[in-house]
Design a protein around this ligand. Sequence first.
Ligand code: C5P
Length: 466
Amino acid sequence: MIMDLLSDAEAAAGLVAEAGEVTLVSHIDADGICSEAILSLALERRGIPVHPIFVRQLEPMTMGTVPKDRSFKIFTDLGSGQQNLLAEHGLSEDEVLILDHHVSQPAGKSYREVNALNYGHGKLAASGVAYLVARALDPKNTDLAKLAVIGNVGDMMARTDLGLIGPSREIAEDGVRHGSIEVVKKDLNCFGISTRPVHLCLAYSDDPFVPGVTSNPNGALQFLQRLGVNLKHPSGRWLVWEEIPIEEKRRVISALAQQLLSHGRSPDRLLAEAYLFPGETQRPLRNASEFATVLNACGRWAKPTVGARICRGDRGIAFREAERMLTHHRGMIRDLLQFILEKGVTEISHLQHIHVGDRFPDTIIGIGAGMALSRLNRRKPILIMAEMSDDPLITKVSMRTNEEMVKGGTDLQQAIVDATSEVGGSGGGHRIAAGAYIPRELEERFIHCVNRRLECQNARPGQDHR
Ligand code: C5P
């Protein structure tokens, strides 16, 4: 299967190499921004002019930004699920290439597509596919492996298996050989190892849930103090996990394992593979998951090009602007999480839902819903809705579930696609996270359509991931 994927990536590189000029349409999240940067850099290195366009999603309104001209159109991190829109836009089969990892929905025309799902790989995001094409264009492009790792980690490709697997893991190895990535095989499975004070890094992580530590900053601090770990720099600032000496890290990890075991919990998810970038001087860019968060902040706040500049190495004006967006992004997600938990969700038979109105932008509701799920009923997916500021007739829907429900047969992409076919609108995504734009007047009906689909899915447990 991997050979088929690689040979299709090579064929795609052949098409790209012959293009006179390219329009590159990409998604605004970390995976989309990394995909754009990888391909644009690879094309620029070959002297092929590229015109990038970022969209929050391919839908009838954003399709208008895709020019009807002679350029070759590449769609990254979107397109597979919107082939009907490409056809309606009048794009011909020979002017389109889709590099994606969302579930494919063919629509009459046979657009050329490299999508790892079609080769049985559920853990290779679009930036990984873009990288394979870039590497096939020129083997020297292995410096771009780092961006592919960031995009994959940002799209949660490393989460379930506590590290990248299959083709995306091989891409990380390219980065190691190139010298831009350090793989730490067994690091703490925690977000914020390069930026957060250690006790907050522990307290804010809930995979696994450590009694007395998770969601308990004071408890986490006392836990570390009892172990005698030095938590402060001589200057008085808090140290981050990255800076803690290896023997102390080991002591913390084994104490956390003990804590889990003594509460009858498994320490299996305590450690994960981490992807570090030792050459980076700016802390939020020193590991893949935090770098991805910086890019997500840029994209979700309508500045994907700032993220794109950071991917190209800008650590000056663009990075400082991103830092400001990151602060804003974190604050807004914290408020959203609090809003969901305080207002409470409405539980129906097979899902729980909430409408945030116009309080939060539609681009971040899915992130907040995903975070809230671990504190809500973990046996029902969450569906969250928001008004679209630029179109009062449309509602944005985001859904999130967890691995256990996916194993039990839940498939949000299918439920959303089926429900949009009943009420109108467009939707797509993955089993574990999906989204849609629907007519505002049909919100209630949509919720019930999705609920019915989830009920049917629970009756027949599913199999593979996507
Ligand atoms: O927007 P949100 O974060 O909820 O999206 C979750 C997933 O669903 C993403 O992978 C996104 O690309 C996909 N999606 C989609 N079609 C939409 C909205 C979201 O394919 N209309």
